[in-house]
Write a protein that binds this ligand. Structure first.
Ligand code: DAH
Length: 342
């Protein structure tokens, strides 16, 4: 034991004489004396060679030495130039952290393009509530209670008040604009609508529409067709063909649905257009005189046209997206792909 104690005293002198100024010196000291393979640890390992009756005394010597070595380290650490390690850690040549810019949602991109096209034709944007009453969503649009056409739209009703519902289409804004009594009217209304549908690749319980309404003296079906031709050519390109099919909506007479030639196959027939070469993109018609009268507009003096389209459907056609659910899942791998509509 004698010789080890002598050795320890020699270490003490060595430590006392050491000058620890730089972080490097401090670290070298720590590794030599206090590290897992350091001297203090090794000395503790000698314990098993010490005779049992001397273990206690040796243990004390060891602990004193350990505390001494640690104290030297702690006090040197405080005085070591604290700016140095930080200064060394900053490497100005490293590239910075990238700032990740978000992308616009595809529905938003297409909504903006649609608004922009109708702006150029003089249409202003009108807004309306998503929680609506029965009058604005149905009755004023010539869907009186028990009208079979109400079955076309599975409606979410608000529990507290049977007169309230989540609007099933943006056509409620037609009514609200007409009720204001300021003519002529030339508006489009983009917005979210709700239907009690089972969620699948082709249907969702909420989606987005753009409604259009133009009311003035002498507005004709030819105006409607020309407006929609212009819209389609601006959005889909000059080569796209258009056709109108007679249809039925309670709020328009006559009513039509508009198809465009399939963007995927160019009209020759594919899975997207179900081999017909055509895809439906909107409903439209001349505003029914009953609707004009319900909203306080003289149907002998004024006529108008209206149309409504689903933004999701158009976005799916523009980008070749085949599942409606992708729009609301917020998967960034999907969302990051959209920068501008093609
Ligand atoms: N409201 C119809 C729907 O949700 C779309 C629509 C069709 C709107 C014809 C119109 C219109 O204004 O004239 O299916």
């Amino acid at each position: 034991m004698e010789s080890i104690v002598q050795q320890i005293n020699a270490y003490r002198q060595e430590i006392e004489a050491l000058e620890l100024v730089t972080p490097d010196q401090l670290e070298t000291y720590r590794i030599k004396f206090l590290g897992t393979k350091g001297i203090v640890k090794a000395l503790f390992g000698e314990m098993r060679n010490i005779p049992a009756e001397q273990k206690r005394e040796f243990g004390q010597v060891l602990n004193d030495f350990k505390q001494f070595a640690e104290a030297k380290y702690e006090s040197a650490k405080e005085t070591t130039d604290s700016d140095q390690p930080q200064a060394a850690a900053i490497d100005l040549s490293l590239p910075g952290d990238p700032i990740v810019a978000g992308t616009r949602h595809p529905i938003n991109l297409v909504r903006r393009r649609i608004i922009d096209i109708f702006h150029r034709l003089g249409f202003a944007v009108a807004d309306g509530p998503e929680i609506e009453d029965d009058w604005h969503n149905f009755t004023a649009l010539n869907l009186p209670e028990h009208h079979p056409a109400r079955d076309m739209q599975d409606t979410f009703y608000i529990a507290q008040n049977p007169d309230w519902l989540l609007r099933t289409h943006t056509s409620n804004v037609q009514v609200r604009e007409m009720e204001k009594g300021k003519l002529p009217i030339r508006v489009i209304c983009p917005g979210r609508v709700y239907r009690n549908e089972t969620i699948s690749a082709r249907a969702h319980c909420f989606f987005h529409q753009v409604e259009g309404l133009y009311i003035d003296e002498h507005v004709s079906f030819a105006d409607l067709k020309q407006t929609l031709y212009f819209f389609v050519q601006e959005l889909f390109g000059k080569d796209v063909k258009v056709r109108f099919r007679p249809s039925y909506f309670p709020f328009t007479e006559p009513s039509a649905e508009m198809d465009i030639s399939c963007l995927i196959c160019g009209g020759s027939g594919c899975r997207v257009c179900k081999q017909t070469g055509w895809v439906e993109i909107l409903g439209c018609g001349m505003v029914h005189p009953k609707v004009l009268e319900s909203c306080g507009i003289d149907s002998n003096k004024y006529t108008g046209f209206a149309f409504g389209m689903g933004i999701e459907r158009i976005t799916m056609l523009l980008y070749g997206i085949n599942d409606l659910r992708l729009f609301s899942e917020n998967d960034v791998r999907f969302l990051r792909q959209f920068t501008a509509a093609t």
